[in-house]
Ligand binder design. Structure first.
Ligand code: TRP
Length: 331
């Protein structure tokens, strides 16, 4: 069985884009892989959340993951900071990582451009911490989006460098797990091509949104005045409504509105009403479980503790081996 590692930064609730992008595939992967899914709270500290927000965000993401179908009996789900061994591995790896190569990372350069007043060392070291997350469990595969590919490449570099320096074949070189066809890109309700909370809160539908909220958001989605001739190409915002419908509605419903569009009889109000109901039906089981889990602290605490224990066992083994390879000995 292959080992899979993936982390998500706790920055808020999970939305439909997260679900169709990664989460749905994680749920499938856990059946035939040894999966470690963790909440990357150390990484999220680069943006300085308040202590109160930090804990709330972690708990919300944990609940959303579980409600969507990550099964703690099949996967190891844990909070990164519950396994501080990752900090030791970060320190040990960083001795052979060069400041210049970290300064050249695309995501770092982007941060320097966007927030010149908060270029903290945590941002610079971000790829080393991420490499440690992955190497801590000696992962074979890491499901990553485009924006994380460079980080994974660096993980392989650091792993190979370690093996080379110490003349060992200890770390495996983890490969990107690309979902390819199964990756459904969900657009925003604001006419943007990607549902993203950092761009626009109102463009997102959260798994935890109440049905009334979903209806309101969908009815406000950007559209246009409708086609003026048959089979006209669709504007981006209209393309988006159809893409959302393709994700959550039945093929018949989709075909019905395609036909209406192509014959210039479409009424976006009707289409949005239908889309809202189909989204509500789609998220309903997840939403119900989220509500249940939010009132079951005992269960959430147990899952977090069990996950931490399993992750620590795996981490202790790796860090123990790495110390030995490096020459760190106990007196
Ligand atoms: N950097 C990733 C992101 O922003 C989150 C992350 C942290 C991660 N550690 C990881 C992803 C290890 C995969 C594996 O999305």
């Amino acid at each position: 069985m292959d080992t899979v590692v993936s982390g998500i930064r706790p920055t808020g609730f999970l939305h439909l884009g997260n679900y169709f992008g990664a989460l749905r595939n994680f749920i499938k992967m856990q059946n035939d892989n040894n999966c470690f899914f963790f909440i990357a709270d150390y990484h999220s500290l680069t943006t300085h959340p308040t202590p109160a927000d930090l804990h709330t965000n972690i708990k919300n993401v944990l609940i959303d993951y579980l409600a969507a179908g990550i099964d703690p009996e099949k996967s190891t789900i844990y909070v990164q900071s519950d396994v501080p061994q990752v900090c030791e591995l970060t320190t040990l790896l960083s001795m052979n990582v060069y400041v210049g190569e970290l300064q050249r990372v695309a995501s770092f350069k982007e941060k320097v451009r966007r927030q010149p007043n908060n270029v903290n060392a945590g941002l610079l070291n971000y790829p080393v911490l991420m490499a440690a997350d992955i190497l801590l469990h000696r992962a074979d595969k890491v499901p990553v989006g485009k924006d994380q590919e460079q980080h994974l490449e660096m993980t392989r570099d650091f792993a190979q460098r370690f093996n080379h320096i110490y003349g060992v074949d200890y770390f495996k070189l983890p490969v990107a797990y690309n979902f390819g066809q199964q990756l459904v890109k969900i657009p925003g309700l604001d006419g943007s091509t990607k549902m993203s909370k950092s761009d626009n809160e109102a463009s997102c539908i959260y798994l935890s949104d109440e049905p009334t909220v979903i209806r309101k958001k969908v009815m406000k989605a950007v559209s246009d005045s409708g086609p003026t001739e048959p089979n006209q190409p669709k504007a981006q915002a209209i393309e988006n409504l159809f893409a959302l419908m393709a994700a959550v509605s039945s093929p018949e419903t989709l075909a019905f509105f395609e036909e209406k569009y192509n014959t210039c009889q479409i009424r976006y109000g009707d289409m949005k009403k239908q889309l809202a109901e189909d989204i509500v039906n789609f998220t309903a089981p997840i939403y119900e479980r989220i509500k249940e889990l939010r009132s079951n602290d005992e269960y959430i605490n147990r899952v977090a503790r069990q996950g931490a224990e399993k992750a620590r066992a795996s981490a202790d083994q790796t860090v123990g081996n790495v110390r030995e390879i490096i020459g760190i000995k106990h007196f």
